[in-house]
Design a protein around this ligand. Structure first.
Ligand SMILES: *Cc1c(COP(=O)(O)O)cnc(C)c1O
Length: 393
C-alpha cells in the first residue's frame, strides 16, 4: 500500500485536477516544475534557513507531564503554536513564496476564510517585498476584523467577495478568476492540502517538516523515532498531513484525524466530512465533501473557523478509505472544554481547531507506556473572543 500521490495526481480514487480550461496553463506550469524546484539544493537551503530564523523551527516537542498523569500515557505536544504568526500555516506559505519567486512570479494572490491563511500569506509577501491581494468573503471580513487589519498593516490588499454567501467559497471563486486573468506574473497560494494537483502534494511536502522533526525529537528523547499515536485536527488537512507524513508507511504508528462535529453529526450543524461526506468535486479535486443528493455543497458548521470546511483534502479521503488513518469527531462543547483543560493543566491556551485534537484524549484507551504525540497546530490568541462568548471557565 502506498499513500503517496501518483503521477496523475491521485491518491487512490481521490485527487486530480478538475479545473476550467482557462486555468490549465497555470496548473500545468506548477505541475511540471514544483518537484524539480523544491528539491534543488538552493531552495532547500533557503527554505530551511527561513524556517529556522524567521519561523522559529524546530518547534519544541514538549512532554506534557500533567496531561500524561491524567490520561495515563506519555503525551507529547508538538508546539506549532510557537511558530511565527501562531500556527503551522506559515511553513507552507514560506515554501510557496520561494517557489513563486523561482517561477519568476512577482505577485501573490490567496483566499482566506477566518483570515489565518491570509495573515500567513501577507506575512511572507512583506518578507519578500511582493505585492499581495487576499480575497475574503465580505461576511468573513466583518467577523474577522483583527485579521483583516493585520493583513492591511502588512501591506496586503484585502478584497471583499460580494457574491453568494460572501464566505470562503466565494472568495475562492474570485481568486480563481483573478488567476485566470493574470496567469504569467501571479502565483496563487493555497493554504491547505486541497485544490487541484499538485497543490495537495506540494502543501503536504512543505508541512512534512513537522513529522520530520517529531521523528528526530522522539529519537533523542526516548531512543526511537516512533510514537504509538499521532493525533491532529483536520480542516482541509494540512497540519495533519504534516504530522502524519513521515509515519504513513510505519503501519504500527496509529494515526488519528479529528474533525469538527459542530453541534453533533446528526444536527445538520457539523463539519465532520468523513461521516457526512460523499465523493464529489470541490475546489478542483475529487474528494469527500458534504453535499445534498443533487450535488449542492452543504454549508458546514463548526465553532472553529479553521475546521468549518465542507470537505477534506484528497490525501485524507484516501487515508480514510484505506483505513490508514482513523477519523474521530468532537463537538463544539467537547473542544471548548478541552481548550480550557489544556490551558489549566499545562499553561497553554490552544487554538479552538487544536482543542478538537486535545478533546479525543478522553475517548481513547491508552496503555500506560503508549507514546502519544498531539500536533498543537496553533495558539488561542486569535480565539479569545470565542472563548469569552462561550464563557464557561
Ligand atoms: C487553519 C488551521 C487549521 C485547519 O487547517 P488544516 O489545513 O486542516 O491544518 C487547524 N489549526 C489551526 C491553528 C489553523 O489555523
Amino acid at each position: 500500500m502506498t499513500y503517496a500521490v501518483d503521477e496523475k495526481g491521485y491518491y487512490g480514487q481521490f485527487g486530480g485536477a478538475y479545473i476550467p480550461e482557462m486555468l490549465y496553463p497555470n496548473i500545468e506550469e506548477l505541475r511540471l516544475n514544483y518537484l524539480k524546484i523544491i528539491q534543488e539544493d538552493g531552495f532547500i537551503a533557503e527554505f530551511d534557513q527561513l524556517l529556522k530564523d524567521f519561523v522559529g523551527r524546530p518547534t519544541p516537542l514538549y512532554f506534557a507531564k500533567r496531561m500524561s498523569e491524567r490520561y495515563k500515557a506519555k503525551i507529547y505536544l508538538k508546539r506549532e503554536d510557537l511558530c511565527h504568526t501562531g500556527a503551522h500555516k506559515i511553513n507552507n506559505t514560506i515554501g510557496q513564496i520561494l517557489l513563486a519567486q523561482r517561477l519568476g512570479k512577482r505577485k501573490i494572490i490567496a483566499e482566506t476564510g477566518a483570515g489565518q491563511h491570509g495573515v500567513a500569506t501577507a506575512t511572507v509577501c512583506a518578507l519578500m517585498g511582493m505585492e499581495c491581494i487576499v480575497y475574503m468573503g465580505k461576511h468573513d471580513m466583518e467577523r474577522q476584523k483583527p485579521n483583516v487589519e493585520r493583513m492591511r498593516i502588512l501591506g496586503t490588499k484585502v478584497v471583499p467577495a460580494l457574491s453568494g454567501s460572501m464566505t470562503l467559497k466565494d472568495a475562492t471563486n474570485q481568486a480563481m478568476r483573478h488567476w485566470i486573468n493574470h496567469p504569467t506574473d501571479t502565483h496563487y497560494i493555497i493554504g491547505s492540502v486541497v485544490g487541484p494537483h499538485p497543490y495537495p502534494d506540494m502543501v503536504a511536502r512543505f508541512q512534512s517538516v513537522i513529522s520530520e522533526e517529531i521523528r528526530n525529537q522522539l529519537n533523542e528523547e526516548i531512543g526511537n523515532p516512533f510514537p504509538d499515536y499521532v493525533i491532529a485536527c483536520v480542516g482541509g488537512g494540512s497540519n495533519a498531513a504534516g504530522a502524519f507524513y513521515h509515519f504513513l508507511n510505519d503501519e504500527h504508528v496509529q494515526l488519528i484525524g479529528v474533525e469538527a462535529g459542530g453541534k453533533g453529526v446528526d444536527t445538520g450543524k457539523s463539519a465532520a466530512t468523513t461521516v457526512l461526506g460523499k465523493v464529489g468535486i470541490l475546489h478542483g479535486s475529487k474528494s469527500l465533501l458534504m453535499q445534498t443528493a443533487d450535488g449542492q455543497v452543504v454549508e458546514p458548521y463548526s465553532i472553529s473557523a479553521g475546521l468549518d470546511y465542507p470537505g477534506i483534502g484528497p490525501m485524507h479521503a484516501h487515508l480514510f478509505e484505506t483505513g490508514r488513518v482513523q477519523f474521530l469527531n468532537v463537538t463544539d462543547d467537547e473542544a471548548m472544554n478541552a481548550g480550557i483543560e489544556l490551558s489549566r493543566t499545562e499553561g497553554i491556551i490552544p487554538a479552538i481547531e487544536t482543542a478538537h485534537a486535545i478533546a479525543v484524549l478522553s475517548k481513547m484507551d491508552f496503555a500506560p507506556d503508549d507514546v502519544v504525540v498531539i500536533n498543537l497546530s496553533g495558539r488561542g490568541d486569535k480565539d479569545l473572543e470565542t472563548y469569552i462568548k462561550w464563557g464557561k471557565y
